[in-house]
Write a protein that binds this ligand. Structure first.
Ligand SMILES: Nc1ncnc2c1ncn2[C@@H]1O[C@H](COP(=O)(O)OP(=O)(O)OP(=O)(O)O)[C@@H](O)[C@H]1O
Length: 290
């Protein structure tokens, strides 16, 4: 019953400025995604387009075979963004009621438990909360909305480390109880590496990676040793960047290692993580020829 959400050739300009240029990817039902990109890459713009808050310059967004701009499709897509769409005096529990009105089946019981864990009360006014408390209230809302696609833009903004931990636990709990697609846009890549199954990386207005996390990590190798030997061993491989420390060089490879090439004794192979892959991939300028 749950359908794919398909983004095809999506472009967005603000005035003459291109923000997204021919972006295509498909979100599968019941999967947790990380939406990554540097500041200003266009993540929020993309999420606002998907949830129909702004309109594309060209391209389409479909749920199954229907454009995402009808009542039937929109009540399957929920976005909690950075902006505050609520009226000034709104209380947290009124936000819950609004979501229940729009989407139905809001899980009040779990939402109230989450508020308690975040040390919040339902009758607090949203506008008067601190940045982190606003985030906590928004995720207590978002994880309890009954929709097949939940988009969380910067869901840990301002949360301290204890509250981030609670969020990650609640996210897993919520997903296990009601599997659906959850898309997290965040800069805390090391914290979500264990949580997300698939990554969409936006860079220079386009999709640079649309890959399962495990597939990415399987190609993320650090090769280190004497510079000359490292260069020989990595020749022809996709080396994203290198770091030199004295005459020891580390090549950050994003590729399969050749089975037929012999690894010299003084050269070591290690792995780097998703956060470093993100840095090497998006650090344009000091990259090797691509
Ligand atoms: N309504 C708007 N009018 C004009 N320009 C806009 C508008 N909204 C966003 N932009 C521009 O689009 C670009 C992408 O912004 P967006 O907020 O989508 O990036 P982001 O990837 O979410 O960034 P961050 O990680 O910093 O939150 C930015 O340069 C921003 O200035």
């Amino acid at each position: 019953m749950m359908e794919q959400l398909k983004i095809s050739h999506l472009s967005k300009k603000f005035g003459r400025r291109v923000i997204l240029d021919d972006v295509s990817f498909t979100l599968e039902p019941a999967k947790i995604y990380g939406l990554l990109g540097r500041n200003g890459a266009g993540k929020s713009t993309l999420l606002n387009l998907i949830s129909n808050r702004i309109f594309p310059t060209s391209g389409s967004i479909k749920l199954g075979d229907q454009e995402v701009n009808t009542d039937q499709t929109l009540d399957q897509v929920f976005l909690i963004g950075e902006d505050n769409l609520y009226y000034k005096q709104v209380k947290i529990n009124q936000m819950f009621d609004l979501a229940d009105g729009a989407y139905g089946n809001f899980d009040y019981q779990n939402a109230e438990q989450m508020l308690k864990r975040f040390e919040l009360e339902g009758n607090q006014k949203f506008a008067k909360l601190s940045t982190g408390q606003k985030t906590a209230a928004k995720i207590s809302l978002a994880l309890n909305v009954d929709a097949d696609y939940i988009f969380l833009d910067e869901p840990v903004l301002g949360l301290d480390v204890n509250h981030r931990e609670i969020f990650y636990q609640e996210l897993i709990k919520s997903y296990q109880k009601r599997p659906r697609t959850i898309v997290l846009s965040t800069h805390l890549i090391d914290e979500i590496q264990q949580l997300v199954e698939h990554v969409i990386l936006i860079d220079r207005h386009q999709v640079l990676e649309d890959t399962d996390v495990q597939d990415l990590l399987d190609r993320a190798y650090d090769i280190s040793g004497p510079a000359k030997l490292v260069d020989q061993y990595t020749e022809g491989l996709n080396v994203l960047s290198t770091t030199d420390l004295g005459n020891i060089r580390t090549a950050h490879v994003f590729d399969q290692l050749p089975e037929d090439r012999i690894l010299p004794d003084q050269v070591q192979v290690g792995h780097y993580d998703l956060q470093h892959l993100f840095i090497y991939l998006t650090n344009g300028g000091q990259q090797k020829d691509a």
